[in-house]
Design a protein. Structure first.
Length: 146
């Protein structure tokens, strides 16, 4: 498993960058999901909310594993670290959206699936751009050795 190998290896830049990546997406998606529940005007208990977030994060980790497994099989070298992160972000967002659809249908029990799903999809590029902005600021301040 690439995720376990990443964290069991010695601490390096990849571990730091992935930690920032995970924190931004975890916190961002928690805010997005809570806003979507409020906008849907449906009651979701705290237990179902927390269960849904845990399933979403577990699915995101599984999606990250799939992306990291199949990304090297593209047959060519990715031109740069930005392009690699973009591919990881696109693949992860697609898998995360599929998992969100399952979570909103069976855990949150939304009546209408289209509007929250579209808003969730629209939020993913914003979260990814926020992540890129954080990385750029950290690099400019020499807090991250990339």
């Amino acid at each position: 498993m690439k995720l376990i190998e990443l964290y069991t290896s010695e601490v390096n830049v990849d571990t730091t960058v992935f930690s920032i990546f995970f924190i931004v997406f975890a916190m961002g998606n928690a805010v997005v999901v809570s806003r979507l529940i409020k906008l849907s005007e449906q009651y979701v208990s705290r237990l179902r909310y927390i269960t849904g977030l845990i399933l979403l994060y577990a699915g995101g980790a599984a999606g990250f594993e799939l992306v990291m497994k199949y990304l090297p099989l593209l047959g060519q070298e990715v031109p740069g670290p930005g392009a690699g992160m973009l591919l990881i972000g696109i693949g992860g967002a697609a898998i995360l959206t599929a998992i969100f659809i399952v979570v909103e249908k069976y855990v949150y029990r939304f009546n209408k699936l289209l509007n929250p799903t579209m808003l969730f999809i629209a939020a993913q590029p914003v979260l990814f751009l926020l992540y890129f902005a954080i990385i750029i600021v950290l690099e400019k301040l020499n807090l991250l050795l990339i």
